[in-house]
Design a protein around this ligand. Structure first.
Ligand SMILES: Cc1ncc(COP(=O)(O)O)c(C=O)c1O
Length: 315
């Protein structure tokens, strides 16, 4: 909303069909509220594993575009988008780019400052290991911090917060993006978890994510492809992050079976994806082997078809 308000004469927002539902729904709401056009790039049917490239984005850009927003790593396919190239391209047309880094924070190097990223948001409970409900975060490049303003003017963004004055006077810089008291227990979890990530180092973490996902793909080729399963994630490790998605027409039921029979906890993602992640700090290569052998055995035996539990909601 801050971006859209900072570009009042522009009436177009761009996103992609594979973006996370919350992101798409929020954009639909903003477009409706501000009388804007929401352009949705189709990256679900073009065989790209949902990957967005500058070439794919270019035809949609013009001087009416205020905001472009994608995920760094696609939540379903695991495809990784080139954040610098896309941001640079959108900037040439005067648009700002917001990256959803929920699946990339803590799994790959992003270098927001060096790559001159405009804005990014994300959660801390995936590769951040800070626990469900731990607070989200936002990154705003210093270049645009004073140009943008969040819609809610809370006392944490007030220049002299404890003066309790009659009118809102926005603090400069990133403090102007705060709203209210942060949840301190969650913040403590973040402090501990991210200090462990920092100690391991993001380059070592990214390397393990690439090796772990390569190993998963090798096991997929040997064991799961012959069972009629298909890979929905790019094979080039530079084009993915810490998870892979494997498709099967019975994916939803297989996920329940994995949980209840095989004691493997995957994610099911509609319509047909089984999402499997390496959390580089904890997941060992032996666990990857063990998990994949259990998937193979369950799918080969078709035992998942006997499950009476029809609750197909998985994580
Ligand atoms: C890419 C992405 N964006 C946004 C969200 C929404 O996160 P939250 O439920 O913390 O708002 C998720 C949740 O999984 C996600 O994967």
């Amino acid at each position: 909303m801050a971006v859209v308000k900072a570009r009042p004469n522009r009436k177009t927002i761009i996103t992609d069909a594979a973006n996370f539902p919350t992101d798409r729904y929020i954009l639909q709401g903003i477009a409706q509220q501000f009388g804007m056009k929401l352009l949705v790039i189709d990256n679900e049917t073009d065989g790209s594993f949902e990957r967005i490239t500058p070439e794919k984005l270019a035809p949609y850009l013009n001087d009416d575009v205020a905001l472009v927003t994608f995920e760094v790593i696609q939540y379903r396919s695991g495809a990784r988008n080139p954040i610098k190239e896309i941001t640079d391209l959108a900037r040439k047309h005067g648009a700002l780019v917001v990256w959803d880094a929920s699946h990339s924070a803590g799994s790959i190097r992003m270098d927001f400052d060096a790559n001159e990223i405009d804005l990014a948001v994300g959660c801390t409970y995936k590769y951040g290991n800070s626990g469900p409900g731990a607070p989200a975060w936002m990154y705003v490049n210093k270049r645009v911090q004073n140009e943008l303003q969040v819609a809610i003017q809370g006392w944490f963004a007030q220049k002299n917060q404890f003066a309790m004055g009659p009118t809102f006077e926005r603090a400069d810089g990133i403090r102007g993006f705060q709203i209210a008291t942060p949840p301190m227990l969650g913040v403590q979890c973040i402090k501990v978890a991210f200090s462990m990530l920092a100690e391991a180092g993001i380059d070592a973490i990214e390397k393990k994510a690439a090796l772990g996902t390569s190993y998963m793909i090798d096991l997929f080729d040997q064991w799961l492809a012959p069972l009629g399963m298909t890979l929905k994630t790019p094979r080039d490790p530079r084009h993915r992050g810490g998870h892979v998605s494997i498709a099967h027409p019975d994916a939803a039921q297989i996920c329940v079976g994995l949980r209840e029979i095989s004691h493997v906890i995957p994610d099911f993602r509609a319509p047909d994806a089984i999402r499997l992640a390496v959390s580089p700090l904890q997941t060992s290569f032996e666990e990857i082997w063990e998990g994949f052998s259990r998937i193979r055995d369950l799918v080969a035996s078709k035992k998942y078809q006997e499950i009476s539990n029809k609750d197909l909601r998985v994580t």
